[in-house]
Design a protein around this ligand. Structure first.
Ligand code: PLP
Ligand code: COI
Length: 365
């Protein structure tokens, strides 16, 4: 069936999967994004034909014509979400419908065809089913799912392509930061911005990440873990990190995060944290925060905690902030109480250890 909201996936098992012994060795300490499963999903799209040729097949290099549009004009989007192993041996995903919806929104911004959410979610189920043995069992382990789509048309003209390839690969992962949940230090970039009004900041497109790399390299150079971007117009307001949203916790029990004005990614973890913080009795505000206030409130002690959040990072405390003129600590560089409580609550819901009143967890197996 093609062009509809449902596709039948053809399953072609990998004839030479990684052996159980080698897989077990790879799963001991997989890090982030270095180890991959035996299979991948591919679905094709052509104008006039719609979505077709949905497959789960052996993970392998994909042949590409050097004139494939994505290699020149970067018409590409992606998603990131995790599958978890539950205590009873089952498998769940966290809010895949939200990722499916964001994938549609990203596609619209990048002038790409919308993948029906049903196909997106089905593709994840199909891949998890064949690669279920790759889901780590440890407390921090999960299977990171990376759906993505790019312009595959062979054409050098600058216009939306008329052929696309949607794929999903999967990677068993541990903690994103090598220190685990230890507080990270962030670098406030003085020169680089990530996204301007009217730009692509709210879309999850590869180009945003390419644009962040020089700033991220600067952060590493300065001994930091991640870059923080300020707004592109006034260079005063805190937008987000290179790959995470940011939250501030004040001494009056207010939990604050910058608003979704189109320049930051609408994080699914961010949305969950807003709900969880509100339910825990904190006053929750989406409002702009200037870097000047961040500094002043850290100095006065009014700002108690700052944390980063995202699928890969879950909730990670930010203990230190550096910028060209100086540096300061948050909460003495130690993880904050509110940060760690929210983290525990989120992780417990994701792993099926706590009630899920919002219905965020989707059972796969
Ligand atoms: N901001 C950016 C730039 C990201 O890359 C991510 C990660 O996906 C996030 C925020 C957090 O989004 P989510 O919580 O949906 O993973
Ligand atoms: C994610 O959290 O899924 C991301 O895409 C962020 C990236 C830094 C890995």
């Amino acid at each position: 069936m093609s062009g509809g909201d449902k596709l039948d996936f053809e399953i072609r098992p990998n004839p030479a999967p990684v052996s159980a012994t080698d897989r077990a060795a790879l799963l001991v300490n997989p890090g982030f994004g270095r180890v991959f499963t035996d299979h991948m999903v591919t679905v094709r799209y052509a104008d006039g034909k719609g979505w077709y040729d949905a497959r789960v097949e052996a993970r392998a290099p994909i042949p590409m014509d050097p004139a494939s549009a994505v290699l020149h004009y970067a018409q590409e989007i992606f998603e990131g979400l995790k599958a978890y192993r539950t205590a009873d041996g089952g498998v769940t995903m966290f809010r895949p419908d939200a990722n499916a919806a964001r994938f549609v929104a990203s596609a619209q911004r990048m002038a790409m065809p919308a993948l029906p959410p049903e196909v997106f979610i089905d593709s994840l189920h199909k891949l998890i089913e064949v690669d279920r043995e790759w889901i780590p069992t440890g407390a921090d382990g999960s299977l990171y799912l990376r759906p993505f789509m790019f312009a595959s048309e062979v054409f050098l003209g600058v216009r939306p392509a008329n052929e696309y390839l949607y794929m999903v690969i999967a990677s068993p992962v541990g903690a994103y930061f090598s220190g685990g949940v230890k507080p990270v230090t962030v670098w406030v970039s003085p020169d680089y911005t990530r996204a301007a009004p009217g730009g692509t900041g709210a879309a999850k497109c590869g180009g945003n990440y390419a644009a962040s790399l020089a700033a991220q390299a600067e952060a590493i150079e300065a001994g930091c873990d991640q870059v923080v971007f300020l707004d592109a117009v006034e260079r005063r307001f805190v937008d987000e990190l290179g790959g995470m949203n940011v939250f501030f916790v004040y001494d009056d029990d207010t939990v604050v995060t910058p608003p979704l004005t189109g320049t930051i990614l609408p994080g699914i973890t961010r949305d969950a944290v807003l709900t969880l913080a509100g339910a825990a009795g904190h006053r929750v505000e989406e409002r702009p925060v200037t870097f000047a206030d961040w500094q002043a409130d850290a100095a006065s002690g009014r700002l108690r905690e700052v944390f980063a959040c995202g699928t890969a990072a879950v909730i990670t405390p930010i203990g230190g902030v550096r910028f060209p003129d100086g540096e300061f600590l948050i909460g003495g560089g130690e993880p904050g109480r509110v940060t760690m409580a929210l983290r525990q609550q989120l992780v417990d819901i994701q792993r099926g250890k706590a009630d899920d009143p919002q219905g965020w967890v989707r059972r796969v197996l």
